[in-house]
Design a protein around this ligand. Structure first.
Ligand SMILES: Cc1cc2nc3c(=O)[nH]c(=O)nc-3n(C[C@H](O)[C@H](O)[C@H](O)COP(=O)(O)O)c2cc1C
Length: 326
């Protein structure tokens, strides 16, 4: 059955956003923000910080598993850390070969490694050997570093090293996050690999989703910015085996309720500045789908405390043409 994964997004999709979005529904799996691994074995606290769900069976409270993503270029250190996070209860390990950051403590990592398929092979196989067989090891890559000629070779190296799944953000590192995504480069992968290939990049609507499946030949997708801007997206595209999902775009009042829920969840950050940053960030990103959110953002952008922001959200809920609270 086709699956929908919530994309890892450093500074955006943290434990609170995962809790909120998996509560809304439509997701089969989450992946944590990347943990940069360089020279040492991290203490447990580091993994708990990135993935507090390790303390609750590796799942959000809606029961959606959260795989822990690690990033680094040293096979031995990656393997040690992967084995440890598996011991801590991670339901799966994902390896990041897509991050545009140049170095991790002077060691190369992330998308830089896409220039050397043999290095991808070494890292994935070391991690695979170190982690118990029943725990999946997957990888996430881009189409290349500066160009796409090694895309298929990299994908095949990752498969032959023993990964059980490969997610592909359909752009090179140099293409950053600019549209379009080159979903057509995924078709040779779906044709040549026997592990699932998960399509990622530029899925903002159900139409994009259908187009992505048709062009890439993939069955599975991962969505990131799209669902942050359109929280109904997971439910719109995940038909759970039925032919079509019945869910459409949420109305603005429902979104306002979610923003209040998010405010309540992020209170446990116990850091007003960070909480405020997250609230502003989300309200801004929602503006891509909801014009009303752009207006709201202009009202709150200069505010300096989270309570002031949630008060504005509540005012909007009670406005005659705004939301309703049920
Ligand atoms: C702010 C931000 C943070 C990201 N952090 C990560 C990360 O920690 N690990 C990762 O593999 N990809 C990361 N990505 C890439 C996304 O997972 C995804 O591949 C990319 O946004 C394309 O998908 P989308 O068009 O659905 O957003 C990040 C992207 C953004 C915009």
């Amino acid at each position: 059955m086709a699956t929908v994964t919530l994309a890892p997004m450093e500074g955006v999709v943290d434990v609170y956003m995962r809790e909120l979005l998996t509560g809304i529904g439509g997701f089969d799996l989450c992946v944590s923000e990347f943990v940069r691994v360089s020279q040492n074995l991290f203490p447990a606290a580091v993994f708990y910080r990135y993935c507090p769900e390790l303390l609750t069976g590796g799942r959000t409270s809606s029961g959606v598993p959260v795989h822990v993503q690690i990033m680094g270029g040293e096979p031995v250190v990656m393997a040690e850390n992967a084995a440890f996070v598996a011991e801590l209860g991670a339901p799966g390990i994902d390896i990041n070969f897509g991050c545009p950051a140049k170095t991790v403590n002077r060691h190369d990592a992330g998308a830089t490694l896409l220039q050397w398929p043999e290095r991808l092979y070494e890292i994935v196989s070391a991690v695979r050997r170190a982690v118990p067989k029943d725990i999946p090891v997957s990888a996430k890559m881009r189409l290349g570093f500066s160009e796409k000629s090694l895309a298929l070779e990299n994908a095949m190296a990752i498969e032959s090293a023993g990964a059980s799944k490969l997610t592909v953000h359909a752009r090179t590192k140099l293409e950053g996050y600019r549209a379009p995504a080159y979903w057509e480069y995924l078709r040779p992968m779906t044709e040549n690999l026997s592990i699932p290939v998960v399509a990622n990049g530029e899925i903002w609507t159900k139409e994009d989703f259908l187009q992505c499946l048709a062009v890439s030949g993939c069955e599975h997708v991962m969505v990131g910015r799209g669902v942050i801007a359109r929280p109904s997206l997971g439910l719109e595209i995940n038909s759970k085996g039925e032919q079509y999902s019945q869910v459409g775009l949420f109305a603005w009042p429902i979104i306002l309720n979610f923003v209040v829920d998010y405010y309540n969840l992020t209170k446990s950050m116990e850091n007003d500045n960070r909480q405020m940053g997250r609230l502003k960030q989300w309200i801004k990103l929602l503006g891509r789908t909801y014009e009303q959110s752009s207006v709201l953002f202009d009202q709150i952008r200069r505010m300096e405390d989270p309570i002031g922001i949630v008060q504005e959200v509540r005012k909007e809920q009670y406005r005659p043409t705004g939301g309703v609270v049920i």
